[in-house]
Design a protein around this ligand. Structure first.
Ligand SMILES: [Zn+2]
Length: 106
């Protein structure tokens, strides 16, 4: 069925965005800024808010992206938090590629 996006696809996009922005914040921005001759303090002043934003967006997204059936986070495998979403819910075995975030089939 067309028109709706599976919870797994949404979670995978979230994971890609988080994983891509991580090296940009960790390496590309500091390298770019230090190339401009800014001090370590100035670089930290730019880095800290970006890291906090990434943590909030990354962590918050993974808390919001939960199995529609049992509310378990797609980013939890048993007791562990992982950077990539599960295709099948580790708790109730729901196929997360076939339902949207409200639990409707896609
Ligand atoms: Zn589940």
């Amino acid at each position: 069925m067309a028109g709706s996006t599976s919870i797994y696809t949404i979670a995978r996009r979230h994971a890609v965005a988080t994983l891509l922005s991580m090296p940009i914040i960790m390496w590309v921005i500091p390298l770019f800024v230090s190339g401009k001759g800014y001090s370590f303090d100035a670089i930290s002043g730019i880095m800290m808010p970006l890291m906090v934003t990434l943590l909030i967006v990354g962590g918050g997204g993974s808390l919001l992206l939960v199995c529609p059936n049992c509310r378990k986070s797609l980013f939890m495998r048993g007791p562990f938090s992982v950077p990539w979403p599960a295709r099948t819910c580790s708790e109730c075995q729901t196929d997360l590629t076939r339902i949207d975030r409200k639990g409707a089939p896609v």
